[in-house]
Design a protein around this ligand. Structure first.
Ligand SMILES: [Ca+2]
Ligand SMILES: [Ca+2]
Ligand SMILES: [Ca+2]
Ligand SMILES: [Ca+2]
Length: 469
């Protein structure tokens, strides 16, 4: 629960109204581009931990969800069937069969049009509930609850103490769920506490509303399988990859690992984890733009299943810090064509010339084109000298959402573009729940969760999810 999880809810500015938006970025093949921000929640306060998903069977069907300002009971949900012109809005999970939802909600459509949601509930972190919608997101029903296990012989890492509610309970609990779909499967990974082990569970999917039971959790083996803040991706052959960082705490840095279950729902488990990168961003690394809640390296994956020229390529992004505790963080990008055995050299995606922070990156592949898009928070416009990127005369503490994309499998990237109209800033708002310390100065996550389709010669339309104050 940090961005999409408990440990980092983003609260922005004072009493200003916050909006949740979907930015529709239209990139004509030859000309300039326009970005519009759409407020999907139309609720006061600051929405957080938002998610967006686009239905591949009907790209006009888009669903957004978010935690609600000051309400850690229930989620805001908005559904459109006309590409964002009109929205059906609802609060779900305040009570009833879904449970009382607190947080960490994530969405993923599959190719049949099933919308899957992983989340956490207030009543306890002893399960990861899974909900399903087979009507484009209008209604969600709980269909499974994954029970985390304690791996045999596991011990808690020494540094894993007291960083969230998961550690307060007895027995195995889960945090940081991540959900992803493949051709015929859906997978969820999470961190099992107190062992702080990455686990995953998957189910077969045969059609709309037609799916199998979720598998018993499998753990990433060895001491290298310990970590947190992970992400999940399913490859074109049903293989499953997770990524995560080993350090769940501190500012000194972390190792970022990947692990592969080569046959997905088949009998093989995860192989030994492989080192992807060494980051100077730790588990709770404080930067001016996240001085209350900190950031992690936020490694994330996306797998090309487009059938195009880069089919099977898996992309990874993560956050580096140039000089430990310099607060100059950058968004890094790598890819693998051999299921994570080897990776391309890391390249920096943010093209600014400032010493400021870029952080909390998100990635998506447009599975109709193979185009890959990445967005992140970006403090480049805040030099502490006033102007539209600086609200307070203090450098590097006000952020915007920026993005880029690649049409050639990550060989080249478009110049960075600013997505959010608004610069996040302000003073912390008090919040009564000790888990959710207030945070300031961040528009809420600008993460690209899904990308809509493109025909040859037609504009690229990438939809991003953004909530901002
Ligand atoms: Ca650091
Ligand atoms: Ca397997
Ligand atoms: Ca930077
Ligand atoms: Ca500032």
């Amino acid at each position: 629960m940090r961005e999409r999880r408990l440990l980092t809810m983003f609260f922005s500015p004072s009493a200003a109204l916050a909006v949740a938006v979907v930015a529709a970025m239209t990139v004509p093949a030859t000309a300039g581009r326009t970005i519009s921000n759409i407020n999907t929640s139309v609720e006061p306060g600051n929405q957080a931990e938002d998610a967006i998903a686009i239905n591949p069977t009907d790209p006009q069907n888009i669903v957004t969800i978010s935690s609600r300002s000051g309400h850690f009971r229930g989620l805001f949900k908005a559904v459109t069937f006309d590409g964002g012109k009109t929205w059906a809005r609802q609060v779900i999970g305040k009570r009833g069969p879904l449970g009382v939802i607190c947080c960490d909600e994530q969405l993923a459509f599959d190719r049949f049009g099933n919308l899957w949601m992983a989340y956490l509930v207030r009543s306890g972190l002893d399960t990861v509930p899974i909900a399903l919608s087979s009507d484009g997101g209008l209604t969600l029903r709980k269909v499974a609850a994954i029970v985390p296990t304690k791996p045999t012989g596991s011990r808690s890492p020494e540094n894993a103490a007291a960083k969230g509610p998961a550690l307060r309970a007895s027995g195995a609990t889960a945090d940081q769920p991540s959900i992803s779909t493949g051709q015929n499967s859906v997978w969820v990974s999470y961190t099992s506490f107190p062992s702080v082990t990455i686990q995953a569970s998957g189910a077969s999917v045969r059609g709309l509303g037609d799916f199998g039971s979720f598998s018993p959790p499998e753990s990433v083996p060895t001491s290298g399988g310990r970590g947190d803040y992970g992400d999940t991706a399913v490859g074109p052959d049903g293989q499953v990859m997770v990524t995560y960082q080993d350090q769940t705490n501190g500012q000194g840095g972390s190792h970022i690992y990947v692990a592969l279950d080569p046959d997905g729902l088949g009998p093989a488990g995860f192989g030994d984890p492989r080192l992807l990168a060494r980051s100077r961003v730790g588990g709770f690394d404080y930067i001016p733009a996240q001085r209350g809640r900190s950031v992690d390296a936020e490694a994330n994956l996306a797998w090309d299943k487009s059938g195009g020229s880069h089919n099977g390529r898996v992309y990874a992004i993560w956050t580096q810090e140039n000089g430990n505790e310099s607060d100059d963080t950058d968004v890094m990008f790598q890819y693998s064509d051999d299921n994570g055995a080897t990776w391309s050299a890391a390249v920096r995606l943010n093209d600014d010339q400032t010493p400021n922070s870029q952080f909390n990156p998100a990635i998506a592949v447009d599975q109709t084109t193979g185009f890959v898009a990445i967005s992140w928070y970006d403090a480049r416009a805040d030099l502490g000298s006033g102007g539209p990127g600086d609200t307070d005369g203090v450098p590097n503490d006000d952020t915007q959402v920026w993005a880029t994309y690649s049409r050639d499998g990550g060989a080249t990237f478009a110049p960075n573009l600013r997505v959010s109209k608004v610069t996040g800033a302000g003073t912390a708002v008090p919040f009564r729940h000790p888990w959710w310390q207030p945070e300031t100065r961040c528009p809420d996550p600008g993460r690209i969760e899904a990308a809509a389709r493109e025909g040859h010669g037609a504009p690229l339309r990438v939809r991003m999810r953004i909530a901002m104050a």
